[in-house]
Design a protein around this ligand. Sequence first.
Ligand SMILES: N[C@H](CCC[C@H](N)C(=O)O)C(=O)O
Length: 267
Amino acid sequence: MKQKFYKYHGAGNDFVLIDNRSGGFDVSRAHVAALCCRRTGVGADGLMLLENDPRELFRMRYFNADGGESTMCGNGGRCIVLFAHHLGIGGSRKRFSGIDGVHDAQILSADATAGEIRLGMIDVPRVEKFPDHYFLDTGSPHHVEFVPDVRREDVARKGAMIRRSDPYAAAGGTNVNFVEIVSDGRIRVRTYERGVEAETLACGTGATASALAAAVRSGSDCRNYRVDVEGGVLFVSFERTGDERFTNVTLTGPAQKVFEGCLAEKF
Ligand SMILES: N[C@H](CCC[C@H](N)C(=O)O)C(=O)O
């Protein structure tokens, strides 16, 4: 039987989605990378499988465009919630398991193609501060540095250099975010994504990391951030306990179905 696939994006971060509840999808590195290839495949920043889970509504597995299974994807999390909605799985609130733990999501609005989704992210117990950057894990690892004007940043070159530098190289690399403070509670972010090995139009865990780092850096008591990214606008909210512990972290933003299709027999 031909394998159906679906294409979604969240603020321009785009994904191939597969309903793999019956199992059997070929997750070899070569097959996933071939599907994500923008010239000879479907083309995407990543691929996600929706699978059965023993306790939660479903399980999300995330693979980067290089074919490797990876850590949490925030934009992907919002897209897979809309995908589950389109498959008739669960109601407006959905609880699913990801590689970093359980996520509670709420569909704020949705129609047959688009939706606005609020995604619960994991707690962030620590934000590491360095002279010229921050490092934190919001479900994926993020290097965050603040710059006067993100539009002037050579994200491709600087991002690749930092992503492969020590100490990140030995730990499997990191995503790299360049952040401009627009005002208290508003930032502009550009992200070089590990596993895509390029700048993406948005990175959900990166937008989240950038907002938390901006809160630590500013010392303000702002708890809600608007994050302007190349592909649109995301919103991050959180609670702070102590100086650097973040809980009730949420990432809110759009998810959009683009098309669906069937893979050719041999694909
Ligand atoms: N490339 C990331 C995973 C996807 C993150 C991004 N697409 C998001 O929306 O959070 C990594 O390997 O750490």
